[in-house]
Ligand binder design. Structure first.
Ligand code: HAM
Length: 469
């Protein structure tokens, strides 16, 4: 037995289905907003993150999985996906060859050496978007609105959107000076992180969670008193748009975010599930003024966000927000005896090729044991194949829901199945032109001489002949 690496977790079976559901829903939404998928490498040159996420961030200082590869290069497992996505836009020269903004969405694992706890892992998944090459407040609003719509689509009500602005250069210079003056009187009594932040990036002190420090931080100067006219106008405009769109928000002046690339608007979405669980921000993002040029691109700005899939899935599970993701199967085949088992191999093969999810019991089991297995697999139909029936080219089909059963000709099986799943409003996309006795369809088969083993209704299904419908 090998223990799983601390801070990581297996995502299997039902949970994996939930992750896929979230990721697919978010990808569909992002596509509607004109985003294209980007799949960038999990490993990047370490310098990408020290430059972008920043030397003063906890991520770069303490949390990166960095190693030297066999060629002596410093490589880092990505701790987030904004930097890699923008690097890719720059490397692919997208800013030179396409209209702005360049819109990317992405999904994948990230790695941070954090203290594992509820909703905090060392390997975790994000889904995010980057809207790069933006000049207007409207793009910031569009991106916040996208995250909000996504959460609504997933069934969230009462998400809390916290928003702040980090202003422009003028704002930040004046505000940092004010903070320096204030914290210089207190920093000696604050935690070691705050002491470091005092020198590295003083605004990050506002993010400290240590209770005794909070009392000092609460009385610190607020950024709203230092906003330049331009920064204030932009922030007010953003908030007015959010009001117009009926997107509720609270201004949180202590929201500074843990990555150094933010300038302007920053935001986080929080949610407390009905049983009181809150795993931290489920989505976070903001505007970055210099990231693109720092990574070697043109002097353009961008805005984006990322959802934490683990946290989203947890609160959705807590509040029952997932639809029925039943992974039941269509058919459970129960062959009785050697000949039936032989027949079942090709039958199952062909049915699966026609997209019927099918399981078979090849083991020698009693009827009741086989039915229990079918039940555990949440099968809709049981297909019982006895030796005598097989000689008569018949099988028995049992609806495991209504418990009704009928004996049918093998040649009619496909017709019966299509009818059943149509009535079941099962969203099967089976081709009407295919046959369970072979691998061909009307369209595929151009061998007119090929003999079909079964007799088919001319107007119906055939595997081998080009019938006119
Ligand atoms: P972040 O706030 O570091 O921002 O991460 C975004 C989200 O990822 C968080 O709100 C949280 O849901 C999830 N997350 C972060 N760390 C962990 C962890 N250790 N375990 C589980 N979930 C976690 C960014 O990464 C930025 N790149 C977002 C962004 C995109 N800004 C602009 N564009």
């Amino acid at each position: 037995m090998f223990n799983i690496v601390k801070g990581t977790h297996d995502v299997i079976k039902e949970e994996a289905k939930k992750y896929s559901y979230i990721e697919e829903a978010l990808a569909n939404f992002a596509t509607i907003y004109g985003y294209k998928e980007f799949r960038t490498p999990i490993i990047e040159n370490s310098e990408l993150f020290t430059r972008s996420v920043g030397n003063s961030s906890d991520i770069v200082r303490k949390e990166m999985y960095t190693f030297e590869d066999k060629g002596g290069r410093s490589i880092t497992l990505r701790p987030e996906m904004t930097a890699g996505t923008i690097r890719s836009m720059v490397n692919e020269k997208l800013f030179a060859i396409q209209d702005y903004p360049v819109k990317a969405f992405y999904c994948g694992p990230n790695f941070r050496y954090e203290r594992p706890q509820q909703g905090r892992y060392r390997q975790f998944n994000q889904f995010g978007v980057e809207c790069a090459g933006v000049t207007t407040v409207e793009r910031d609003v569009e991106v916040i609105a996208l995250a909000y719509s996504m959460l609504q689509f997933l069934g969230f009500e009462d998400v809390k959107l916290s928003i702040n602005t980090l202003g422009d250069e003028e704002t930040r210079t004046n505000y940092k000076n004010a903070l320096k003056e204030y914290f210089s009187k207190h920093v000696d009594n604050m935690c070691s992180d705050c002491k470091e932040r005092f020198n590295l990036n003083i605004m990050r002190i506002l993010d400290c969670k240590v209770e005794s420090d909070r009392k000092i931080i609460d009385k610190a100067p607020k950024i709203s008193s230092y906003l330049s006219t331009n920064a204030k106008e932009k922030f007010d405009k953003t908030l007015n748009y959010l009001k117009d769109l009926d997107i509720p928000y609270v201004i949180d002046e202590e929201l500074v975010r843990g990555l150094d690339y933010y300038t302007g608007i920053v935001f986080e979405f929080h949610y407390t599930s009905k049983n009181g669980n809150n795993y931290g921000a489920i989505c976070a993002g903001g505007h970055y003024g210099h990231l693109i040029s720092e990574i070697g691109g043109p002097d353009l700005e961008g805005v984006g966000f990322a959802f934490g899939i683990e946290r989203l899935a947890k609160v959705m599970e807590d509040d029952g927000l997932f639809p029925d993701l039943d992974d039941g199967i269509d058919l459970f085949i129960m062959p009785i005896g050697e000949k039936a088992r032989n027949f079942s191999v090709s039958l199952a093969y062909n049915l699966r090729n026609l997209f019927f999810s099918t399981e078979i019991c090849y083991e020698d089991k009693s009827f009741s044991q086989m039915f229990k297995k079918a039940e555990r697999r949440n099968a809709k139909l049981a297909l019982i194949i006895g030796e005598n029936e097989l000689e008569k080219k018949e099988v028995t089909l049992k609806d495991l829901n209504t418990k009704e059963q009928e004996t049918i000709k093998i040649d009619d099986l496909l017709k019966v199945l299509y009818k059943y799943f149509e009535q079941d409003e099962h969203n099967h996309e089976h081709s009407e032109h295919e046959c369970c006795c072979g691998h061909h369809s009307h369209q595929d088969c151009d061998n007119d001489d090929h003999e079909c083993h079964h007799e088919h209704d001319e107007s119906d299904h055939c595997c081998c002949h080009k019938h006119e419908k």
